[in-house]
Design a protein around this ligand. Structure first.
Ligand code: AMP
Ligand code: MG
Length: 278
């Protein structure tokens, strides 16, 4: 479970859902700011984290032996787009791809649920961000009974096995649930109605989904409890405060990249002998 004690260990650990735990979503306050509680300092430190992220991303790309997969899930308006812009926007676009998963097409529905996911995992050297993911197949699918319950129940272990397979093949996986409160969602939906430049983001479908808030929280609780593994941990980030969310995601991603064994490839021999002609 979410461990908020002062002896929680490393920074990421305080947000991590403990594997095999009986995780409770309602114990996590979405407006809390564990780890950093000052907005100006968080924005300042983010700038420093960003510089280090740019360096590590270049190294991941040059090393070209491993990849990083970042999974973002959240309720509507939860901040997936904002996190992508703020945390990953400054990186070299050559080394980062975003993949947004929408309602499956008829072609996708004609395959197993992980088919479209596997086709989009990162190649070596790349960072891939999933804006929604295979977790929709145990979230929206569960809340709306889109697939028989027995099939959905099988998916948790299928997801764990799939992610294990990826991790054994050079793909490091980090998963983030951007956790907002129902009141904060109301404010964000209202702002989409009120601000002309945000109108395009408003969808009545989000209001319909909002009616299922409680069922979604339970579906998240089940998915995160069942699928936080040592090889693909879930982090729950209290996200009512955008500055807190961005700082935490950036720091956890950076700490992971800095823990990976990455190096620039050896240069070709004899570089010091080469003279570039005029
Ligand atoms: P948005 O991210 O706001 O563009 O919305 C994408 C929509 O696609 C959301 O309503 C998701 O719930 C929906 N979606 C994504 N993946 C699936 C899935 N596997 N099954 C059903 N709906 C999905
Ligand atoms: Mg939406």
């Amino acid at each position: 479970m979410f461990d908020s004690s002062s002896h929680a260990g490393s920074f990421p650990e305080q947000f991590r859902v403990k594997p095999g735990s009986s995780f409770r979503m309602d114990r996590i306050d979405p407006s809390a700011t564990p780890g950093i509680d000052d907005k100006d300092r968080a924005r300042e430190e983010l700038a420093g984290l960003t510089k280090r992220l740019i360096h590590r991303q270049q190294l991941l790309y040059a090393d070209n032996r491993q990849a990083l997969l970042v999974v973002l899930q959240a309720m509507d308006t939860g901040g997936k787009d904002g996190t992508i812009r703020k945390v990953f926007g400054p990186l070299n676009p050559q080394g980062v791809r975003v993949c947004s998963f929408k309602s499956p097409s008829s072609e996708e529905l004609a395959h197993d649920f992980l088919w479209r996911i596997h086709a989009n995992v990162p190649r070596k050297g790349m960072i891939r961000i999933f804006n929604r993911s295979h977790y929709e197949d145990v979230l929206v699918v569960r809340v709306h009974n889109l697939v028989p319950t027995e099939e959905v129940e099988l998916r948790y272990s299928q997801i764990n096995e799939f992610e294990h397979y990826l991790s054994q093949n050079g793909i490091t996986i980090l998963k983030f649930c951007l956790h907002i409160g129902k009141d904060e969602q109301k404010r964000r939906l209202e702002s989409r109605l009120e601000r002309p430049e945000k109108n395009w983001k408003f969808s009545s479908a989000d209001l319909a989904e909002r009616q299922h808030w409680g069922e979604y929280q339970l579906a998240y609780q089940k998915a995160l409890g069942a699928c936080s593994t040592p090889w693909a941990p879930w982090h729950v980030i209290p996200s009512d405060h955008k500055w807190h969310r961005d700082y935490c995601v950036a720091r956890i991603v950076l700490e992971k990249l800095e823990s990976m064994d990455l190096k620039f490839p050896d240069p070709q021999p004899g570089l010091d002998q080469i003279i570039i002609g005029d």
